[in-house]
Design a protein around this ligand. Structure first.
Ligand code: 13P
Length: 251
């Protein structure tokens, strides 16, 4: 399986900064590995990012979107429009959506089903809080998040997973290789209980303070198929250094 580096810009950058960024990325990304790069700009500047990426192998996606094509859903993004714009992916269930915007697992199940049906690839984010980890509830929490959101998932349509421990997001505190591999293995097994072919082909990304200097030790873990990078993805040089270090660690 390829190793993917996905940059989640969160609510950062304006149109001008995004244009500068994408031009720099297009100029500097290694051609052979460009199809393993994904970027997730804020929806308001996605149009411009999409135009600049046209014809390149780099993919992009939305940070959030709804599960219906259209309708009375004030403030939401339509997966149909994103698809028309050239998006391939959308994140769903990022911990910031769960915690700040109170998105429940049941809503995510509805979104995931609709997003797959319409044809975008959902990247379902799961992860435990620091309290969950301290109370030894990591397995229970991430498996519950996975199963509930996948309640109506279609095994014939692509789905990606991102494991992002909440305590490691934006904190500079990175999960240890042992903690990451353990969580990814739990998720892979939970997927296999649902459908073994899906489990084998589903990329499981790790996210949480990934930086150029910790990329190598996390990239060669067996069940890690890529990274979902926040802060460090905002700088093209750092983003590409993560990819380069990951690729060389994997040989
Ligand atoms: P950081 O890399 O800034 O910790 O963010 C991780 C993240 O939330 C990616 O979705």
């Amino acid at each position: 399986m390829n190793f993917y580096c996905a940059g989640n810009w969160k609510m950062n950058m304006n149109a001008e900064a995004a244009a500068t960024y994408v031009c720099q990325l297009l100029a500097q990304a290694p051609k052979a590995e460009a199809q393993q790069l994904l970027i997730f700009p804020p929806a308001l500047i996605a149009w411009q990012v999409a135009e600049l990426l046209k014809g390149s192998a780099i993919s992009w996606g939305a940070q959030n979107c709804f599960g219906a094509e259209q309708g009375a859903f004030t403030g939401e993004n339509s997966p149909r429009v994103l698809l028309d714009m050239g998006a391939r992916f959308t994140l769903i269930g990022h911990s910031e959506r769960r915690q700040i915007f109170a998105e429940p697992d049941t809503l995510l199940a509805q979104k995931l089903e609709g997003i797959q049906r319409i044809g975008l690839t959902p990247i379902l984010c799961v992860g435990e809080t620091l309290d969950d980890r301290r109370w030894n509830r990591t397995r229970e929490v991430i498996v519950r998040q996975l199963r509930t959101a996948m309640k109506n998932a279609d095994p014939k349509k692509p789905l990606w997973i991102a494991y992002e421990p909440v305590w490691a997001i934006g904190t500079g505190e990175v999960a240890s290789p042992l903690q990451v591999e353990e969580a990814h293995e739990i998720l892979r097994k939970a997927l296999a209980e649902w459908n073994s072919a899906v489990a084998e082909r589903t990329p499981i990304l790790y996210g949480g303070s990934v930086k150029p200097d910790n990329a190598a030790s996390l990239a060669n873990l067996r069940n890690v198929n890529g990274f979902l990078i926040g802060g460090a993805s905002l700088n093209v040089t750092e983003f590409l250094a993560i990819q380069a270090n990951a690729q060389s660690a994997r040989g």
